[in-house]
Design a protein around this ligand. Structure first.
Ligand code: NAP
Length: 277
């Protein structure tokens, strides 16, 4: 019998996850179904009880529930615990187990561009210290990245992140310091919302002096090519947008739920089509 999966968030009307997952199920001949549920904050606990009562096999969690969901689960995976947020839940042996696939999804998307061992040695700068930065930094460090620096508009939040993610050897830079030393970095990742539609003329950090061949990565995917990425491309950077992170966080969840590997290229194509790419 087909299983039911879902997404809990508010709002969820814009979500690309149902189309992406339902196509992947059908493509593998699985008769499962993925439904987006618009769950308001005051209904989250009841919704989780509903998961148990109805035997929903797993679900994704998005804004605004990624932190609040944790109190209603039976177990939290170590990486999600360090990140402090859950975006994927699996019902296993009648237990609800929370995971976070955002960070590992991001790392997998970057590995499309760079060799695993090379990435570990690269000099990496992360811009931002919010939820997405926490997920990315945690996964990067667990993956084995040796040389990660962080910069953020509010420096105290960068300090909190480093403490939270147990980033013993991480450097914390002001935006000014990061801009001055920009040519030292081989991978620069924007995890802030700066440049996202409708504020498409904003950039998160000046990159006039980046070296040719630097990987410039922006987790924003709306627009597909932010002004920052376009500027980087002019400077000879290898550019990378947020579509891969979105697809791979979904693929990781899909793999946990079904023990099958989806067709990533097909998932990406569906998402690109939805984004007008
Ligand atoms: P968040 O927790 O609210 O963090 C926002 C971050 O952006 C903070 O570091 C904040 O700096 C910074 N920021 C916001 N506005 C700024 C401005 N005008 N100037 C400078 N810095 C600014 O948000 P989040 O959940 O981490 O999400 C961040 C972005 O990632 C969003 O655009 C989201 O859509 C995107 N995202 C993409 C994916 C994907 O799959 N591609 C997944 C998750 C998130 P302060 O600390 O100084 O406030």
């Amino acid at each position: 019998m087909g299983k039911l999966f879902g997404l809990f968030g508010h709002p969820v009307g814009h979500s690309m996850s149902p189309t992406m997952h339902n196509d992947a199920f059908a493509n593998l001949g699985l008769s499962h179904y993925y439904q987006a549920f618009d769950v308001r904050e005051e209904n989250l606990e009841t919704a989780v009880k509903g998961v148990r009562a109805l035997g929903i096999s797993g679900f994704n969690v998005t804004i605004p529930h990624k932190v609040a969901i944790m109190q209603y689960l039976d177990e939290i995976d170590t990486e999600a615990e360090i990140i402090g947020a859950v975006n994927t839940v699996v019902l296993r042996d009648n237990k609800l187990i929370g995971y976070n696939t955002d960070g590992i999804g991001y790392v997998r998307s970057l590995l499309e561009l760079v060799d695993k061992e090379e990435l570990k040695q690269k000099s990496i700068l992360v811009i931002g210290a919010g939820g997405a930065a926490r997920a990315i930094v945690t996964s990067m460090l667990r993956f084995g990245a040796q040389n990660v620096s962080i910069t953020n508009r509010t420096i105290e939040k960068a300090e909190e992140l480093v403490e939270h993610c147990r980033g013993q050897n991480m450097k914390i830079l002001s935006l000014n310091e990061a801009e001055k030393g920009i040519d030292q970095f081989e991978v620069i990742i924007n995890t802030t919302s700066v440049g996202m539609s409708p504020n498409i003329d904003e950039i998160p950090l000046a990159i006039e002096n980046i070296k040719k061949g630097t990987i410039l990565s922006d987790i924003v995917y709306n627009p597909l090519k932010t002004k920052w990425l376009a500027l980087g491309e002019e400077k000879g950077a290898i550019i990378h947008n947020g579509v891969g992170m979105f697809v791979y966080q979904g693929a990781e969840a899909f793999e946990m739920w079904t023990d099958s590997k989806p067709d990533y290229a097909r998932m990406k194509e569906i998402v690109m089509k939805r984004l007008g790419g």
